[in-house]
Structure formats: structure tokens, C-alpha cells
Design a protein around this ligand. Structure first.
Ligand code: FE2
Ligand code: FE2
Length: 387
């Protein structure tokens, strides 16, 4: 026998690639999104899929932790409720490989968010779901969604047994890393919940306060991520943004709850919440509190220098505070208050756009628009039903 068959060369290549995959995940253990992105990229390459999504169960939702395709379809994928009647959710619950080989069925199973069709530039021809297993076989971690098997110049079509074997091996390695990384994500979520509860204390008379800070955290994280900050920076801003108004603890209740217009003197007292916030948060060390202090101090500054308490302008206002300023005003506009109705999303966005370069950093206004679907997802998730 002379030359090795193409099949053998292919297999050797896949084995070698698989061998390298696991170790590569070790660097990302604290960052589930990076782990998921690596898994999605490896899965796309090794199974010749045109697009891959890593779906992971988090609380009561199936979250697309990473979604990759050759060209970015622009919009992000939306999370799915765990009781939704859609393919990624069935596949996760069943914990088995699920193949959808008929184009019509694949189109239907690809879901309503339009991501799959946008990712491959037409309706998909075939899908396959490969389970991501955690330590508890009754509770799969999630599922790896593969779209259109397209090896070399071949026409895209269904995934064969070989491709699915590779996907299964990869999913097994990726699941271990994801499981470890998800521990970090769950701990962060818990810490965020704790911070939200505590940060709402100064406005304890307002039942929306804990929801408000939770939404701010979500908006701020989405904007920070869209602005290209690192996962660590995003996580820190998410946590620290909840603390923006803790200084309100120093505002006397009669001023805080006064209906109607404040006198100049009362407004001066109100403005002090920025400096009080900075002082209480800077009293203890740690990167989240330091960032919280900067945000508390500067979240009412304006890009054009007409804000308070210092009248800082442009990039002299810390980036995290500029991000929270956009998030805070967007939430104030879109939330119903006792003294005002909620303003519609489109109109709120228009108002914020008009303030680009005046109140807000124009680059961040662009980002808010770019990540708007994620922002809406945050709003839906963290608005109480009776609001
Ligand atoms: Fe404030
Ligand atoms: Fe606020």
C-alpha cells in the first residue's frame, strides 16, 4: 500500500485537532463565553459546519453563549425559555443527538430569530444537535447546534455519522470546560443578585428599585461588551454599575420622595449623592468597589461638560460612568413612574440619539443601537410583570 487514503489523512487530522482542543480550553476556565466561543469555533472547523451555536442552560433559560458562522449575521441570538417548544430546547431536554436532515424541517427547527438563515445566507438544509453533558445525566448542560455540513466544495447537506462522532468527542471535552466555567458564571450571577438587593436599600420605598439596578447592570454589560471591552471588564462594569446610586442614602426622605419640582437648595442636596457614593464605595479596596466609586461619582456628568458634580467633559468622564449614564437614562425613559408613563422604546432611542455629543458619548449611543436586541432582552427579563 502506497499513499494513505484521503479518509485516513482526514481521520488523522481530526484526531490530532481533537487532541489539541481540550488543553486549549484550560486558559478560559473562568470565562464561559470564551470557552463557548472556542468550542463553537472548533466544532465548526472539525465538523465542516457552516454555523454553530453553543446553547447552555442557565437558570430557567437556554442561553446562546456563543454563535459562530463564516460571516457575522449581525444580530445576536436570543435566549429561549426552557419550556419553549423549539428544537434547541427539545434537544437539551432529551440529551441525545438529534438530526434534522430535511431542508423544510431544518428551516422550521432553525427557530424564529432568523439568525441561522442570516448566518448561512439562505434557509438551512440540515441541522444536528449534539448534547453537552454535565456531571448529572438527568440535567444536560445544553446542546451544540450544527448547521449545514459542507466539507470542501461539496454541496451543503446533512451531517453524516463521521461528523457527528467528531462532534460528540468535541462536545465531551467542551462540556468539561464549560461546566467548570459555568460555575464562575453562576457565582457572578449570585453576587450580582446580592449587590442589587443591597444597592436598592436607599430607595427601599420604591418596589422597582432592585429591578432598576438589575436592568442597569444588564444594559451596562451589553453596552460594554458591544464597545469591545474584555470579558473581565464587562463583568466588573456589570457588578459595579448596580452601585451607581448608593449615595442616595444621604438624601433625606422628604426630598427623595417630594412630588413636584425641587428647590435649588434641595437639588443641591440631591446632587451630593454622587460624592457620597464615591466616598462610601472607596472606603474599601477591590476592583469592583473602585469602579463602583468612579461610576457613583460621575454617572451624572455629561459628554459636553454640563453635568454634575464636577462638570467633567468627554473622556475625562470615566468610560464606565459614561456607559452607566446611557443605561440609566434609557431605563428612566422606558420605565413607568408614579409621575410619568413609560416612553416607547423607539422614541426613547430617538431621544437618546438626539443627546449624542451633548449628554452622551456619541460612540456609546451607536453601541446602544447596535446591541438593542440584547438590551430589549434585558428589559423583558428584569421588568416585573405588574409594571
Ligand atoms: Fe444618580
Ligand atoms: Fe439609576
Amino acid at each position: 500500500m502506497g499513499d494513505r487514503s484521503t479518509r485516513e489523512v482526514q481521520l488523522t487530522g481530526q484526531l490530532r485537532a481533537l487532541g489539541q482542543v481540550g488543553a486549549g480550553y484550560l486558559g478560559d476556565l473562568a470565562d464561559p463565553r470564551a470557552t463557548a466561543a472556542r468550542l463553537a469555533g472548533d466544532a465548526r472547523r472539525l465538523t465542516s459546519a457552516l454555523a454553530v451555536t453553543v446553547w447552555v442552560r442557565l437558570d430557567d433559560r437556554l442561553v446562546p453563549l456563543a454563535a459562530v458562522a463564516e460571516s457575522s449575521p449581525g444580530a445576536a441570538r436570543a435566549a429561549l425559555p426552557l419550556d419553549a417548544d423549539v428544537a434547541p430546547v427539545w434537544a437539551t431536554h432529551r440529551g441525545e443527538v438529534l438530526r434534522v436532515d430535511e431542508p423544510a424541517a431544518a428551516s422550521e427547527a432553525a427557530g424564529a430569530d432568523g439568525w441561522v438563515a442570516a448566518a448561512v445566507g439562505r434557509p438551512p438544509r440540515a441541522l444536528a444537535f449534539v448534547p453537552l453533558q454535565g456531571p448529572d445525566p438527568q440535567r444536560p448542560l445544553g446542546t451544540l447546534e450544527l448547521v449545514d455540513h459542507a466539507p470542501g466544495a461539496a454541496e451543503p447537506g446533512p451531517f453524516g455519522d463521521d461528523a457527528l462522532d467528531v462532534a460528540r468527542a468535541l462536545a465531551a471535552q467542551g462540556s468539561l470546560a464549560l461546566h467548570a466555567a459555568l460555575g464562575a458564571l453562576r457565582r457572578d450571577a449570585e453576587r450580582l443578585d446580592e449587590l442589587c438587593a443591597l444597592a436598592a436599600i436607599p430607595e427601599h420605598h420604591d418596589p422597582d428599585a432592585p429591578w432598576h439596578v438589575r436592568r442597569i447592570a444588564g444594559y451596562a454589560a451589553a453596552i460594554a461588551r458591544g464597545h469591545g471591552l474584555s470579558p473581565d471588564e464587562v463583568r466588573r462594569i456589570e457588578l459595579a454599575s448596580t452601585l451607581h446610586d448608593v449615595g442616595k442614602v444621604a438624601i433625606p426622605t422628604d426630598i427623595l420622595l417630594k412630588p413636584g419640582k425641587l428647590t435649588d437648595e434641595e437639588f443641591a442636596v440631591t446632587r451630593e449623592h454622587c460624592r457620597v457614593g464615591r466616598r462610601v464605595l472607596a472606603a474599601r479596596p477591590g476592583p469592583v468597589l473602585a469602579l463602583g466609586a468612579a461610576i457613583a461619582h460621575a454617572h451624572h456628568e455629561r459628554w459636553d461638560g454640563t453635568g454634575y458634580p464636577e462638570g467633567l467633559a468627554g473622556e475625562a468622564v470615566p468610560l464606565a460612568a459614561r456607559i452607566v449614564a446611557v443605561a440609566d437614562v434609557f431605563d428612566a425613559l422606558t420605565t413607568r413612574r408614579s409621575y410619568k408613563p413609560a416612553i416607547g422604546l423607539e422614541q426613547s432611542l430617538r431621544i437618546i440619539r438626539q443627546e449624542a455629543g451633548r449628554h452622551f458619548d456619541p460612540a456609546l449611543v451607536d453601541v446602544l443601537q447596535a446591541v438593542f436586541s440584547e438590551v430589549l432582552d434585558v428589559k423583558r427579563r428584569w421588568t416585573p410583570e405588574d409594571a
